[in-house]
Design a protein around this ligand. Structure first.
Ligand SMILES: NC(=O)c1ccc[n+]([C@@H]2O[C@H](COP(=O)([O-])OP(=O)(O)OC[C@H]3O[C@@H](n4cnc5c(N)ncnc54)[C@H](OP(=O)(O)O)[C@@H]3O)[C@@H](O)[C@H]2O)c1
Length: 281
């Protein structure tokens, strides 16, 4: 085994995973690929898997499922793949057709996790879409099903109408938008929380308080933020465009934030979003 292979396998072994409410497990840190151009996706995901990522977060909307699928298939590794149903494809029949397209693009036997990307309350089709996801799961086409950008009301409605609890709700979450009320609801109902834009899309990387905590631990601000998600028990899917940053963002299993760090980071919650509001998207 080369030194490099030893480092990669250590990166995989050190990682923690989260047990979902249907008994499946997902690696706690995954590679996000929003805004990765289709022509770059295969190379970047190949690099991600080489440095130790074992979960990839894509979506039909990102138009890079084909590259993600090629990299995952070529790796020969077990990689947890999440993709998402886009807004214009909601509704019972359209959702099934969209799933078939994603399935074909990815070229994988079964998709690990399929999410409704946004509730889009104005079109009121998310409940019908959820029923289709339940069917796809029952048919064994997808291993786990969940949602993204759902509020407590949207979650209560789909659970109340179908009795099926999503395994996760993937929402914008970072130190400036800590989502405490929603995370508490998830915890009460056995729903895992996945943090998207976990680094605040880069906006938090020059925060002075985070810089102080980072220097105390001999880590970077990005690593401190990713560790903060891990300490909270969240699934976290940072996106990075270089091997160096992909490595950096996964090198977070050899330190811990203490209670004082967590208390200080709690003060950064300002309720500010970097992405759209789920009620109006
Ligand atoms: N469900 C949804 O509606 C939804 C919405 C948005 C995102 N997502 C998912 O969440 C993933 C992550 O969110 P995101 O891409 O919006 O934001 P993010 O992960 O919070 O931030 C990504 C930005 O941070 C930079 N960055 C990453 N690691 C860094 C490091 N170690 N040092 C300095 N800069 C670093 C990246 O730069 P470079 O790329 O230049 O390296 C990029 O500009 C997406 O890729 C996607 O999979 C889901």
């Amino acid at each position: 085994m080369s030194d490099e292979t030893v480092i990669w396998s250590r990166a995989v072994e050190e990682q923690t995973s989260i047990r979902l409410n249907d008994g499946k497990s997902i690696p706690q840190v995954g590679q996000g690929v929003f805004l990765v151009p289709p022509e770059d996706a295969e190379r970047l995901v190949e690099t991600g898997i080489q440095v130790g990522y074992r979960a990839i977060d894509t979506a039909a909307f990102y138009r890079n499922e084909a590259g993600v699928g090629r990299a995952v298939r070529a790796s020969g590794e077990t990689v947890f793949v999440t993709t998402k149903l886009w807004n214009g494809d909601q509704g019972r029949d359209k959702a099934r057709a969209a799933f078939e397209r994603s399935h074909k693009e990815l070229g994988l036997d079964a998709i690990d996790l399929y999410l409704i990307h946004w509730p889009v309350p104005s079109q009121d089709l998310y409940l019908d879409s959820w029923r289709t996801l339940i069917e796809l799961r029952d048919e064994g086409r997808v291993r786990s099903i969940g949602v993204s950008n759902f509020t407590i009301e949207h979650l209560k409605r789909i659970i109340g109408e179908t009795g099926v609890v999503p395994v996760t709700n993937q929402v914008e979450l970072h130190p400036a938008l800590q989502q405490n009320e929603l995370v508490a609801f998830h915890e009460e109902n056995g729903i895992s929380t996945t943090s998207w834009s976990p680094l605040g899309r880069g906006a938090l990387l020059d925060d002075p308080l985070l810089a102080t905590i980072a220097s105390k631990h001999g880590k970077t601000v990005a690593q401190v933020i990713i560790r903060w998600h891990i300490e909270r028990g969240l699934i976290v899917i940072p996106k990075a465009s270089s091997e160096g940053r992909l490595r950096e963002n996964l090198d977070v299993f050899n330190f811990r934030l203490d209670d004082d760090d967590m208390r200080q980071i709690a003060t950064l919650d300002r309720g500010t979003r970097v992405g759209p509001d789920p009620m109006s998207m």
